[in-house]
Design a protein around this ligand. Structure first.
Ligand code: FES
Length: 248
């Protein structure tokens, strides 16, 4: 079940990215990219259950590579899929929506699609900001230059300079063992650009591992506030500061 036959981007059909004229690229379909299926675990190494997640709180794990951070979010309400998302290369894809008992759990790459700001242990400019109490849903915002993404809509760009959605991480909730798994990505990946741009920095941030090594077996999930020492506020553009600093 977990290993069902994914097809990598452009592995089948027309419109391979970067390999054809513009009209052909516009017609391309971005299909899920399969990586290792890994179990999400808590800081003690125990399987992470959906009930352990606090709605609206930022959690971080690294997937599919040692140095590529992702957000795990329980949005607190059922999140339906969203069709017709589009990458900057013109590829389109359909996002499957939330998983878990309430279909409320989602995950996205935490690498901003604009200029690749990402959470480090020192600082995070990007994060989910919960609803401001005015009936508005929360958003993932990047304070670097104020890109705003909608996690209820597959990470689609709502405003700011980013030109494609955050890449989605495909999750699975196993009803038999109650655990959560990451099994691939969907959308405009930036991983190679990320490694090329930040190679030296990533080596310093991950001294005990190869930054480009695939994550295998399990991925540890921690609150963003427990990962980054300084979670930057975005002021009025964000609807408030992250509410993720309790109980870390
Ligand atoms: S890097 Fe995130 S908005 Fe520019």
């Amino acid at each position: 079940m977990r290993r069902r036959g994914f097809v990598q981007v452009c592995a089948a059909g027309i419109g391979c990215l970067g390999a054809g004229p513009g009209w052909l690229l516009a017609a391309s379909e971005v299909t899920p990219r399969e990586y290792d299926t890994v179990q999400l675990v808590d800081r003690r190494g125990e399987p992470l259950r959906p009930s352990a997640l606090e709605a609206g709180r930022n959690y971080i794990f690294h997937y599919p590579y040692t140095a590529t951070p992702c957000f795990l979010l329980d949005l607190g309400e059922s999140v339906p899929g969203r069709n017709g998302l589009r990458t900057r290369d013109g590829g389109t894809y359909d996002w499957p929506g939330g998983v878990g008992p309430g279909s409320s759990i989602v995950a996205f790459s935490a690498i901003c699609a604009h200029r690749m700001a990402y959470p480090t242990q020192q600082v995070s400019y990007i994060g989910f900001r919960p609803a401001d109490g005015g009936g508005r849903q929360g958003r993932i915002t990047c304070c670097a230059e104020n890109s705003v993404y909608n996690p209820y809509a597959g990470g689609a760009v709502e405003s700011g300079p980013a030109d494609q959605p955050l890449a989605a991480v495909l999750l699975e909730h196993d009803r038999d063992d109650g655990a959560l798994y990451a099994r691939g990505t969907l959308g405009g990946e930036l991983f190679q650009r990320f490694f090329d741009a930040f190679e030296q920095r990533l080596r310093l941030e991950h001294p005990n591992a190869e930054p480009e090594a695939r994550v295998r077996g399990e991925a540890r999930v921690v609150p963003l506030r427990g990962f980054s020492r300084n979670v930057v506020r975005c002021g009025a553009a964000t609807g408030g500061e992250p509410q993720d600093d309790a109980g870390t």
